[in-house]
Design a protein. Sequence first.
Lengths: 360, 229
Amino acid sequence: MPPFFSSINRIFVLLAVWSALAFSICMLLSVTTSVLLRDCLLLFGPLYFLCLLFVLPNYYICRGLPLGQTAWATMLASHMLTLLAIAAMWVLAGRAYAGFLDSISQQLLFNPLFDESLTINLAIVVIQFEAIVLIHYLYFAMEKTRDIEQAALQQKLLISQAELQALKATVHPHFLFNSLNTLSNIALSSGEKAHRFCLLIAEFLRYSVAYSDKSTATLSDELEHIQNYLGIERERFGERLQTSFEIDDGLLDTVVPPLNLFPVVENAVKHGIDSCLEGGMLSIVVRRGEETLIIEVSNPVDELGRKLKGTGHGLSSVEHRLKNLYGGQARLNIRRETGQFTVQIYIPIEKEANPEDQAE
Amino acid sequence: MQLALEKFAELEVIEVCENGLQAVKAVNELKPQLLFLDIQMPKLDGFDVLELLGDQAPFVIFVTAYDEYAVQAFKANAVDYLMKPLDPERLEQTVQKIIQRIATEHPAPTSEWISKSVRENELLQRILVRDGSDVHVLAVNSVCYIESADDYVAIQTEDATHIKLDRLNKLEEKLNPPQFCRIHRSYILNINYLSRIEAETKDSKLAILTNGKVLPISRSGYGLLKKLL
């Protein structure tokens, strides 16, 4: 749909501007040719609107020949041809109309007037044509920018949704209920132990809340968060939850997205360690690859254990988030072997932590 | 839990179990009157324990920290349950109620409502079999075929036969159709173990399994099998 016809308001604006234009040109012509303004308006008023009708359909030509994708020669030639055709049609129509007016008024006024001002009028037709072409191309450019902005907005929305999901996963009610139950058990036996347990939970929740709207954390922040989580679960699992950490030297200050590791570790505990009667070893290994950080979380899993109803969002939301943040540069691998489940996360290493984020 | 229960003069805690396997064993050996049963446990959850105990199941009070599906099922079936952390008042009420019931009633069979309201629409991934106090968990993929024998079914795996109190019709409903086929009134076959089909006479066919075992195929069974293959 041509932009001028997409709303009633636009049609009115166009007609108003065009009327003003036609009126001022007629005034000019009446001064230069010393013909009455009334006669000028009578002849040229309708003709200028006819010109508008001829010129507007070039919207379709402009759309067919988008800027930047069409060779200049092709574009120039097409528009010139159209312009020639329009000018010719306009002159023919103008002559006929002027003749018609002369025959009605029984005088020889309009035809000479038309001929006399032909040069200037042709110039005006050309200017009108070009103005409209220009407006159409501007409109297309604006539309393109708007599309790009919309896509960017959509992308942003997706990212924040993924982040919200990550946060939701962080404070899953299941985990809270289990922790509360553990706490109530501890409280019966030892007040001091219960106090320490509360501190762990507070620390854990504080990090989850504080980092849910930040874009970066350091690896050591993330690992401390994981340690807090495992500290809470250790109270519930006792001997069944064994853990090992193996971190390559010099990686602790590496910048990573916050709250990305937790869903993976929680998954390992919930569907791995907890599926095994005797529990097992949850191991976290962080290595430096070539310009990538490789985090590997592995755990035993009992293939015949009862499958817990999971939301199924945990790992896929982590993967989604990595993709949003790093595009193809980050990835998440899942490896299933008999009795063992391993998740590997590859994140590109950024050199320095962003000082702004640290100052916050 | 144990501490809370010891406060009741009417109750004597005779055993505390770490997981479902131990629970099945302990109930089988000690024959308690009342069982406080957690839902979330590794390997065997609370419902699995009841399924395995079958008729031997005593009165049960379910205990759960967070399981909305289970709680819905409890409510729908008026089953006794407690939420963790335990509320002493709630515990008191529930225990008094159950003590009265123990005096006057027999434990109601639970397996029916478990399979109807808890395990609804769930295809079997594994089959639980009890042999006295021992529990076997069989992956359905490792089951070659299942044969019916009166009230029992004989489940044949690659290396053993397990007997279970169950009906073939009920198992058939819960086994994944493309993999398991009712080839005969008395047999369900895992078609991954089917080697070939031989014609015995014009009307009767035989299934030859990969381990050489021969099973009969009924006419309707042959129809089903042909559709699957």
